[in-house]
Design a protein. Structure first.
Length: 332
């Protein structure tokens, strides 16, 4: 079993454990450059961001919100994880009248930090006293500098992380890349450093993002666990109202987003969002969601599960939550 995580050391238990999983002489730590964004990810432009924060845009909780109030720095952030369910969470929380959120990903704490806090504030929608300003940028969770930068903005910032079984998350990540770059190698080729030895390539971002314990250690240097909410990406689909109750409680909001806001799209297998009082069409996740995953060699899946298991166990210990990813796999 892996060592229990400790918040004291800079590398920590997950980093130490990871070293034992890698080829001799290979060093990867949380400070590694492996977090650099994949080339296929395009950065949000200033124009898109200024539109996101402008009146009448969908930058806030409602497109009809009048242009008053003031722009404030966010009090809560959805910091991860990529392909975990962050868009679904953002759409659901924006149905709450006391939440206003940026529709696009500002990438302030990873790509745009040099633009300064005033630029960041200006991207935000206007809010009234008592409303919460939010944004989501899933790459923050794996950005080494993000915890320190967010802490220096406001040490009481509330952080939300949507996590999902790292094996299915990795396949979903690969599937998204494949849809943009059909010429890339197969998942099986990218997942291994050495297929014969069964050595997983932990530096490939699709795999590395799912080593949640490793990334979380970095955040716990700056934020107490009580300021971080972990949302189950699986339960966000099977029981969206239940997960949203936890999110609203965490943010100190009344439980206004409830089961009345959701219905299930049987075709795609995703819940859709509908404001109970609104006669307009419900908002379902876009056509890019629920892509069919390519068929992956079962042996590769087995090896990946084995690779992730100790990190998952460590993550459960660190968070005090059992996401039951192993149980989910044994049910299949």
């Amino acid at each position: 079993a892996p060592p229990r995580a400790s918040n004291g050391s800079r590398e920590g238990a997950a980093g130490t454990w990871l070293r034992t999983q890698l080829a001799p002489g290979e060093v990867i730590t949380a400070q590694s450059g492996a977090f650099e964004r994949d080339p296929q990810e395009s950065s949000t432009t200033d124009e898109e961001l200024s539109r996101a924060g402008s009146p009448g845009s969908r930058g806030g909780g409602s497109s009809t919100t009048p242009d008053y109030g003031e722009k404030r720095l966010p009090q809560a952030l959805i910091i991860g994880v990529k392909k975990g369910g962050t868009r679904a969470l953002l759409e659901a929380i924006r149905a709450h009248p006391d939440v206003r959120a940026v529709g696009t990903e500002p990438h302030f704490f990873d790509r745009n930090y040099e633009k300064g806090l005033e630029w960041y504030r200006n991207v935000m929608p206007k809010t009234l006293d008592g409303q919460i300003t939010m944004e989501k940028t899933p790459s923050y969770f794996v950005t080494n500098e993000a915890p320190r930068r967010i802490h220096s903005m406001a040490k009481d910032t509330k952080l939300i992380v949507v996590v999902r079984n790292p094996v299915t998350r990795a396949i979903s990540d690969y599937t998204q890349t494949l849809s943009k770059k059909p010429e890339i190698p197969t998942f099986e080729v990218l997942a291994f450093k050495n297929r014969t030895l069964g050595l997983i390539d932990a530096s490939w971002s699709a795999i590395r993002i799912g080593i949640y314990a490793l990334h979380l250690e970095n955040w716990l240097q700056y934020f107490p666990l009580s300021q971080i909410l972990f949302v189950s990406g699986e339960r966000l689909i099977t029981d969206p109202a239940g997960e949203m109750a936890k999110v609203q409680d965490f943010l100190g909001l009344k439980r206004i987003v409830t089961e009345k806001h959701f219905y299930f799209n049987k075709t795609k297998g995703f819940p859709c969002l509908k404001k109970p009082e609104d006669s307009s069409a419900p908002r379902c996740l876009g056509k890019s969601k629920g892509r069919t995953h390519p068929k992956i060699d079962p042996d590769v899946i087995h090896r990946l599960r084995k690779f992730y298991k100790p990190f998952n166990v460590m993550f459960y210990q660190m968070t005090g939550q059992d996401f039951q990813w192993e149980q989910e796999e044994s049910d299949k």
